[in-house]
Design a protein around this ligand. Sequence first.
Ligand code: PHE
Length: 339
Amino acid sequence: MLDKVKELIGEVNEFQANSPEAVEDFRIKYLGKKGLLNDLFAEFKNVEPASRKEFGQALNTLKNAAQDKVNTLKDNLESADEQKGFYGDLTRPSEPIELGSRHPISIVKNQIIDVFSRIGFTVSEGPEIEDDWHNFTALNLPEYHPARDMQDTFFIEKDPDILLRTHTSSVQVRYMENNEPPIRTISPGRVFRNEDISARAHCIFHQVEGLYIDTDVSFADLKQTLLYFTKEMFGKSKIRLRPSYFPFTEPSAEVDIYWGLETETDYKITKGTGWLEIMGCGMVDPNVLKNANIDPTKYSGYAFGMGIERIAMLLYQIPDIRMFYENDVRFLEQFKTVL
Ligand code: PHE
């Protein structure tokens, strides 16, 4: 009897298992209700009194050995799971957080806002679906005015006309109607024109328009503000104003910056002149002030407007305006480092 128990102790100590099922079978075999240990304890009464002490001790050793074996085998299997990556490597650094990138239009828009907010301009916004008054009539473009054809319009409803705004100048009218001078505001936003899509033109694009109204505002103020802007935005400090025409400003001008002629690209984008047109501007026409209930005998002002896509194309040397709207991640990812 005693020999049998000793043999079992040996067996228990030798036992190995590499699956949870094998450990469980082992446990049932030795420690289960109908297991070997219970059987052996039941034999206890048949053992001669003189051998009982030794037998009892051996049985206890067997029981502890079986119990220890089950525990160690379970622990071993669990740590093997851990090593196999069941729980992952808990000491490994976490996955890097994937940050998206801002769209180049947003980047440039924010830069423009930043430059003008440093000299006291606020940001104003208005609706993309406009009425005729705010997009045209109040801006000195009465019905049948030929200059309406300068911007091909998407109409939503006729009589009264409801349309997609063709420029953010409409926001200026709204701002003047609701605010007293002095006014210093820029209006960034999306605009729409019924144009053929090409590398240089799109039917949807973005503008930033600026408006400054106060007593004694002069053309020299306009030029200094634009010079400040081009220095901050492009690091270029040479500009020229070419006479032009807009119905809502008088006099009107196109703003060119001197880009330079250092590289082949400079030649290409400036068509060999070194100059690049970047925006339109002028002194607000007295009729426009009147339409917005501002007294033109007391106040004067200037306005300017630029396309954000154009500025972004120049800053980042983007050759085709359509790239802004294709959402190609290979294009967009390049702006990851810019905040
Ligand atoms: N609204 C003009 C355009 O869309 C730009 C502009 C704004 C010109 C303000 C002069 C003054 O082309």
